[in-house]
Write a protein that binds this ligand. Structure first.
Ligand code: HEM
Length: 352
């Protein structure tokens, strides 16, 4: 008897992918799994941080840092205090996770390896994240503050977040056995990627400013929002708001064209796959951006748009890592246990 179609469809593409995913996961070292976990935890903390801004809870702990309203745990806290406090607890935990990543990388990866460098950079950007977050609170760049200083601080915060997530992703990627980059003979590809990376950073920063404008000056309707944007007497944050969609369309088109060219140019399969993922994410991001404007940026859509922005960024970083990987070294070992004294780390690999 023929199998029901539902079973055939359900057991096809998805189960093949899931099976491949499980196989890759089971061959990863414990350190690599931990590194991917730290990345996922940090993405969650970033989303909660956006929720703090979007819900206007940034002043939930007053102008106190690291204490909340001058104490460790405030008695009878308001909702905004709980939201801000949860952000501090989760971002503190994320800091500890990144310290753990740094210490562990020293034990499992050889001196000078890409894994160690990635973990060290992750720690630097994690500390930057903590300083920027503390600066927002201590200088009262929260809640109803509509200064340009706040706008630029949020832009800087987003840039640092991108750099942190990128470093964490690269650490996990290299710890999973991917080869470190080699730029010789690939200067053209590197150039295309650097332009894309810088462009995406600028789009992200302009998005953070747009999000601040939406939070501080919510429009009652789409028409009112457009009038706010175009009014020559409007607040500077509203006039800056129009830059983001324009930059996002231009940079998005560039990313699709550059990723396609890099995918086609590469002899390996991975860059092509990342290029396709990146192009799909850019199109999806355009759609959520347009929806954000049409629906006046409801909270769930703000968070989805930020999650997709992080996904676009990570796909681009991993595309860069795959496209620039040294073809002569397919695996840099990062074993889950420390290497015995005097043992040299394994660098295996084959050409092509
Ligand atoms: C590659 C494409 C894009 C990227 C990487 C991107 C990135 C971002 C980022 C990082 C934010 C800040 C989110 C936050 O801090 O909560 C943002 C906000 C925003 N973006 Fe985009 N964006 C893209 C495309 C677009 C497009 C095409 C549009 C409109 C047509 C758009 C409209 C908006 C709006 C309205 C906001 C503010 C939402 C809010 O109030 O939270 N975006 N974007």
């Amino acid at each position: 008897m023929a199998e029901p179609i539902a079973v055939v469809v359900g057991g096809g593409w998805w189960s093949e992918r899931a099976g491949a995913g499980r196989r890759i996961f089971s061959t990863m070292s414990r350190f690599a799994k931990y590194a991917w976990g730290v990345l996922a935890a940090n993405v969650a903390v970033v989303l909660w941080g956006a929720y703090v801004r979007a819900s206007g809870s940034g002043a939930g702990c007053g102008s106190h840092w690291p204490l909340c309203q001058g104490v460790v745990i405030p008695a009878d806290p308001a909702t905004a205090t709980l939201i801000e406090l949860a952000h501090r607890v989760t971002s503190g935990t994320a800091l500890l996770l990144v310290v753990g990543l740094f210490v562990w990388s020293r034990r499992v990866a050889p001196r000078g390896s890409a894994v160690r460098r990635g973990a060290a950079l992750s720690l630097v950007f994690m500390l930057g994240e903590a300083l920027l977050g503390a600066g927002l609170v201590l200088f009262a760049l929260v809640a109803h503050n509509d200064s340009l200083t706040r706008a630029f601080s949020l832009g800087a915060h987003l840039l640092n977040t991108f750099l942190l997530l990128g470093s964490l992703a690269l650490t996990a990627w290299w710890a999973s056995g991917a080869a470190p980059p080699r730029l010789a003979e690939r200067r053209g590809t590197a150039c295309l990627l650097v332009i894309g990376l810088v462009g995406t950073m600028l789009v992200g920063m302009s998005g953070a400013i747009t999000a601040l404008g939406d939070t501080l000056f919510p429009a009652g309707s789409l028409r009112e929002g457009l009038q706010q944007d175009l009014s020559p007497t409007g607040h500077i944050l509203l006039r800056l708001r129009v830059l983001h969609p324009a930059a996002a369309v231009a940079v998005g088109l560039y990313l699709i064209a550059a990723a396609t060219a890099i995918g086609l140019r590469s002899a390996a399969a991975l860059p092509g796959r990342f290029a396709r993922v990146l192009a799909s994410l850019v199109v999806l991001q355009w759609l959520t951006g347009m929806l954000n404007i049409a629906l006046l940026a409801p909270m769930w859509l703000q968070l989805s748009h930020l999650l997709l922005a992080d996904a676009v960024w990570l796909a681009l970083v991993l595309l860069a890592a795959a496209a620039l990987a040294d073809p002569g070294r397919i695996r840099v070992a990062a074993p889950s246990r420390p290497l015995p004294a005097g043992d040299t780390p394994v660098v295996t690999g084959a050409r092509g």
